[in-house]
Design a protein around this ligand. Structure first.
Ligand SMILES: [Zn+2]
Ligand SMILES: [Zn+2]
Length: 305
């Protein structure tokens, strides 16, 4: 498990870091305190999440035996492996949408805020999660699929695909998927989820498929527009241990994202097309800003540590 994660990290570093440098959508900061934070959370979660997923799986299997009628699991379990993978991908992705939406509610936002506090967009942000955040995600993406009788191997493949998609959608690359953007989430879509912009709050919760945001009225697709600012307003996290401890200590916000608004009312959500038009031209000023930001970031990092 640990080796598999290490290999994946190595591949992402080899593939995505040069891609971010060459095709970056936003200024690239290679050395920053935020990257140290991401690495720290990755280390913590690498120990915590596999254990929690195993416990959730065992609990779901026990529940399956006790509650679900005999033979139900055998129906899905007898399906071809490829079909189980497709079903698992859809179900896991729905679990991602539901858990993500829950994490944007008042009581859970404080944990998810750790992820949103990233002010630099890059593939490493895909590993910036509080353990409570990832724990809720692990439970809601594992139990329904196990209860439906899908094989553990199919669920594992679905989670792997979802993890890859998450890494790509956080990457600082100007990657347009062409017609496939009607189906799959690309970086532009998820970058808007991280925007510190009231119009984009509580939008674009999906992980892999666009359909959930379209169905539930949370899709946000500004036409040909770049995100002006990432992150959230708040005290931030000035130490590594604070990333874990602070969410338990901070007062509850008035509502999700802590600024007086709550989840969008589905009835009044704008009628948006599933086509998100985010394939805008790559800004030419990025390469100019990159070096300045790198210098600024190193200075900021040494101030904080
Ligand atoms: Zn979020
Ligand atoms: Zn994210």
């Amino acid at each position: 498990m640990a080796m598999s994660l290490l290999y994946q990290l190595l591949i992402w570093a080899i593939v995505l870091t040069p891609a971010e440098y060459l095709f970056g959508a936003y200024p690239l900061v290679l050395a920053s305190f935020e990257r140290k934070q991401n690495a720290f959370l990755l280390l913590i979660n690498a120990c915590f999440i596999p254990v929690l997923t195993a416990v959730a799986t065992v609990a779901a299997v026990l529940c399956l035996e006790a509650v679900v009628p005999d033979g139900f699991g055998a129906i899905t379990g007898r399906q071809p492996f490829w079909l189980q993978i497709i079903e698992a991908v859809v179900l896991v992705d729905l679990g991602v949408y539901v858990s993500h939406r829950l994490l944007h509610t008042r009581y859970l936002w404080r944990f998810h805020e750790v992820h949103h506090s990233a002010e630099e967009m890059n593939w490493f942000v895909a590993f910036r999660f509080h353990p409570v955040d990832l724990g809720i995600n692990a439970i809601l993406t594992t139990i329904p699929a196990v209860l439906l009788g899908l094989s553990i191997e199919a669920i594992a493949v679905a989670k792997l695909i979802n993890g890859w998609q998450s890494t790509i959608s956080h990457a600082n690359v100007w990657l347009g998927l062409g017609p496939l953007r009607r189906i799959f989430i690309d970086p532009g879509f998820h970058h808007w989820h991280h925007a510190n912009d009231r119009d984009a709050y509580d939008r674009n919760f999906g992980g892999l498929l666009v359909v959930w945001d379209w169905l539930f009225g949370t899709l946000y697709a500004p036409n040909r527009k770049r995100v002006a600012k990432f992150g959230v307003d708040g005290p931030g996290y000035h130490s590594l241990s604070g990333l874990i401890i602070a969410p338990f200590r901070r007062p509850l916000p008035a509502t999700s994202q802590g600024d007086g608004h709550d989840l969008p009312d589905i009835k009044h959500a704008p009628a948006l097309s599933p086509v998100h038009d985010v394939e805008v031209e790559r800004p030419s000023e990025i390469t100019v800003a990159r070096d300045d930001l790198l210098v600024g970031s190193v200075a900021q990092s040494s101030e904080r540590s």
